[in-house]
Design a protein around this ligand. Structure first.
Ligand code: ZN
Length: 198
């Protein structure tokens, strides 16, 4: 039975499709939006559309950016011979927050998962291999410690080993299955510093 008007039901439905938003939160958000001043709602809607329109993958590292080359890739202060491989832009942000990593990144946008039908061609692996043609000394694998993350790290390591480029993996201590973005900076730094060659 539809207790609300269709417009509100549709709004609740849209919110409930967002990650981490259950039925209750979706209702709360929908009613909050309906009660907001119209100009604020317009601003929210415009910001969402503009973010979607203007943000794309960096031509170098594939992170999300509104420029052709992201600020990290275009910085001369960064060491471009060290590439840290992460699953998504949120993980990149987690390492950037530590302020202690001076290399560059490569964002895969996912991890290999035979169970979910995600293969090597479904993530930004080709782009990574293309980057290795340049002067790269070390590849740091910082995928999550989930089954998918480990599978991905193993796959990349096998692929890269023959090139002679040093491949290392961040130390365990990052909780199994834990998303990197939720791990505190000290743990991340320890994982980075304690990385081992594989
Ligand atoms: Zn970039």
């Amino acid at each position: 039975m539809n207790y609300y008007s269709d417009a509100i039901t549709n709004l609740i439905e849209e919110f409930s499709h967002l990650p981490g938003i259950g039925a209750k939160s979706a209702q709360k958000l929908a009613f909050h939006v309906v009660n907001m001043p119209e100009d604020q709602v317009q601003k929210l809607a415009d910001t969402i559309v503009s973010a979607k329109k203007n943000i794309h993958y960096c031509k170098e590292c594939c992170t999300l950016t509104d420029q052709e080359i992201c600020p990290i890739c275009s910085s001369q202060k960064r060491d471009h011979s060290i590439i840290m491989v992460v699953e998504n832009t949120r993980d990149l942000a987690a390492y950037e927050k530590t302020g202690k990593y001076n290399g560059v990144y490569h964002v895969l946008h996912g991890a290999i998962s035979p169970m979910l039908g995600v293969g090597p061609n479904d993530i930004r692996l080709k782009e990574l291999m293309a980057r290795l043609q340049k002067d790269v000394k070390e590849l740091i694998l910082a995928t999550n410690s989930s089954l998918e993350g480990e599978t991905t790290a193993m796959y990349i390591s096998k692929l890269v080993k023959p090139t002679g480029i040093k491949v290392s993996k961040i130390a365990s201590g990052v909780p199994v299955g834990g998303d990197l973005e939720y791990i505190d900076e000290v743990t991340l730094l320890r994982a980075l510093e304690g990385r081992t060659e594989i």
